[in-house]
Design a protein around this ligand. Structure first.
Ligand code: PGA
Ligand code: ZN
Length: 420
């Protein structure tokens, strides 16, 4: 059975920040002549890695739409069941390593839309089309509760994300509701502590208070303890430091504006180590800037099994970068963002390489999102133990609620993924 690409249409839609992004609809025709469609949209980051695929060509989304019209005839007729061929063709049509001609967001939206159309032709959910029938695993959601850095403003912390993960949950749905409970509790605690707190939120639906870096963690850790006690389920705090976003490369210093302090490399390492120990952090992402493989390795070695040290900006879902990381033993977890690398095939390669080397793959949203739910399916298809996709907000719950549906659909055919 096969199904050939017969139409390709792109449009400009809104993302959660109110910026334009691209949505693609792919039509495919099977051997019997029946038509099937797949639709997908690309997200966008605010604290991007320097080495990510370029999101849009010069000229932005409008230029990307023109490019799609241009390349549509060249994709026409390709077998949509052959995802590798589709993705290779996209890379060839672009012709640059960082996808700057078509834009990584353009290619990723086409790549995902093709996969969704193929799943539809096979009359199966996307996770099954991509993952086969082998025992399915459901991920633990990792969600953003307090936001700072480039996702917030004013007097919010410099650290970008204060995250929660219900490590003791028996089901994804249970973990999703527990994360929401922690989010709610932190909101109440912040309101109680400071009557001027407006309940304002940052880009990913996390609270955005006027609070210092460690102070935010105090609230989060306390809320995790309370919710653990209330539910009997272990709930742990975690961080995405996004250190590149406040690293001054000229001075080789981490600049914490909120407290008006700077930290050199050693001080940054000690600061993070201190937070991991004091708050029993389960996971820390991008504790150091995106070029410091050695610093990452030192931290990973020092924390041992105590905490996952995860790379996002340092790896940018790119196998060449991941290989450097593996050689230098830089981390034990990796953020996987399809639009950082631009196609599903390349994303899958990153997941596989990471897993073979005992890195926990964490499939992830971006701070600017749409209601596209594809990453929920990728987590299940590719057995990612964790999915980072926020806690509340329409574009975040699009993924979480999809996981609830998948869990229900799989009933006893799926088990919770192993976190370590
Ligand atoms: P983004 O960052 O703003 O680039 O999506 C999110 C993250 O750092 O994980
Ligand atoms: Zn990150």
């Amino acid at each position: 059975m096969g199904a050939r690409i017969s139409s390709l249409k792109a449009r400009k839609i809104l993302d959660s920040r109110g910026n334009p992004t691209i949505e693609v609809v792919v039509g495919i025709r099977d051997n019997g002549g029946d038509l099937f469609f797949g639709r997908a949209a690309a997200p966008s980051g605010a604290s991007k890695g320097r080495l990510e695929a370029v999101d849009f060509p010069v000229g932005g989304v409008d230029k990307a739409l023109e490019k799609v019209v241009e390349i549509a005839p060249k994709l026409s007729g390709i077998d949509a069941f052959d995802q590798v061929k589709v993705d290779e063709t996209l890379r060839e049509l672009d012709g640059t390593p960082n996808l700057s001609v078509l834009g990584g967001n353009t290619t990723v939206a086409i790549s995902m839309a093709v996969a969704k159309a193929a799943a539809s032709a096979r009359k199966m959910p996307l996770y099954q089309h991509l993952g086969g029938n082998g025992g399915f695993e459901l991920p633990y959601p990792l969600g953003n509760v307090i936001g700072g850095g480039k996702h917030a403003g004013g007097y919010a912390p410099d650290i970008q994300e204060y995250l929660v993960i219900a490590t003791g949950a028996r089901k994804t749905s249970e973990a999703i509701f527990i994360n929401a409970r922690v989010h709610k509790k932190v909101g109440e605690m912040l309101s109680e502590a400071n009557s001027s707190f407006t309940r304002g939120k940052s880009d990913e639906g996390a609270w955005s208070p006027n609070i210092c870096n460690e102070g935010a963690l105090e609230f989060l850790a306390r809320a995790c303890e309370l919710v653990s006690d209330e539910t009997g389920v272990e709930v742990r705090p975690a961080l995405d430091v996004a250190a590149s976003s406040f690293y001054d490369s000229e001075k080789d210093l981490y600049v914490y504006k909120r407290e008006a302090v700077t930290r050199d490399r050693g001080e940054q390492l000690d600061f993070i180590l201190g937070l991991i120990e004091k708050f029993k952090l389960f996971f820390v992402e991008d504790p150091l800037h995106e070029g410091d493989f050695e610093g990452f390795a030192e931290l990973t070695k020092k924390v041992g099994n105590e905490c996952l040290i995860c790379g996002d900006d340092i790896f940018v879902t790119n196998v060449e970068r991941i290989e450097i990381g593996i050689r230098s033993k830089a981390a034990n977890a990796i953020i996987i963002k399809p639009n950082q690398i631009g196609t599903l095939t390349d994303t899958f390669k990153a997941v596989e390489l990471a897993r073979r080397n005992k890195y926990v793959p964490v499939i992830s949203h971006r701070s600017g999102e749409t209601t596209d739910e594809t990453i929920a399916h990728l987590a299940v298809a590719w057995h990612c133990p964790m999915i980072k996709t926020g806690v509340v907000g329409g574009e975040r719950i699009a993924k979480l609620n999809e996981l609830i549906r998948i869990e229900e659909e799989l009933e006893n055919k799926a088990r919770m993924s192993r976190l370590r």
